[in-house]
Design a protein around this ligand. Structure first.
Ligand code: NAP
Length: 203
């Protein structure tokens, strides 16, 4: 497949590049800091640029089968970057004719939360939730074949097989490794089983 990876320089993104190229896919990464990409592969093309620029993103998406995003600003301040990104990505997908998109969101968006989740939503992550909700809403368009990937707390643990996947809810477990999230996304791009679904993942 021909895949575009966004957020390729981040914790999940580096695994997306590694796993997708290892499985034989042609991968294009659009990154604002391309020098952070350490993987060298003849299957990988890194394009310097801004994933928030709709013209640039639409041009990069042209001719690909799917886009995998682990984009996300690390700030906990009140910003609208994720919402803006969702709008830009949706517009770029429509313009380029790439219908399939898998996007990392957050398990904090599930309506059902345990006590810890409820506390975090109201305190530390109070600004993240509306911004990420806006990102998802922008992408949930009829013409697009989206999958929202909502992980709980991310870890740098190893790739393990047998992690849990559930549509519309967070399966048991409060964490998942970045490696497992990337593994799920690459395999879901290959064999779509959760199109127009919000997917919870946990270890
Ligand atoms: N941490 C958690 O426990 C947790 C839990 C659930 C969901 N999430 C979500 O999962 C996402 C991915 O996790 P991660 O650990 O892979 O994050 P990460 O290491 O911070 O990577 C984020 C990626 O987004 C890019 N990015 C951020 N802001 C950008 C901007 N304005 N313009 C262009 N690129 C930008 C970064 O590029 P640069 O390298 O250039 O900065 C990087 O490639 C997080 O952002 C968060 O929204 C996190």
């Amino acid at each position: 497949m021909r895949l575009v990876v966004l957020g390729a320089t981040g914790g999940i993104g580096k695994y997306l590049l590694e796993y997708a190229t290892a499985r034989g896919h042609e991968v294009t990464a659009l990154a604002r800091s391309p020098r952070k990409v350490v993987l060298k592969s003849e299957k990988l093309r890194v394009i310097p640029g801004d994933p928030l620029n709709v013209d640039q993103l639409a041009q990069v998406l042209e001719g690909h089968d799917a886009v995998l995003s682990a984009f996300g600003p690390s700030t906990l301040r009140r910003v609208t970057t994720r919402r803006e990104f969702g709008k830009v990505l949706a517009a770029a997908m429509q313009r380029s004719g790439v219908r399939r998109g898998l996007v990392v969101s957050s398990a904090l968006l599930f309506a059902e939360q345990n006590v810890v989740g409820r506390v975090l939503r109201g305190t530390l992550f109070r600004n993240l939730v509306p911004d990420m909700t806006g990102m998802e809403a922008a992408l949930e368009r009829d013409g697009l074949e989206w999958t929202m990937v909502r992980p709980p707390k991310l870890t740098n643990g190893p790739l393990t097989h047998g992690y849990h996947v559930a549509d519309g809810r967070l399966p048991k477990g409060m964490t998942i490794s970045r490696a497992c999230v990337a593994d799920f996304m690459v395999k879901e791009a290959e064999r779509p089983a959760h199109v127009r679904q919000i997917v919870g993942l946990s270890q």
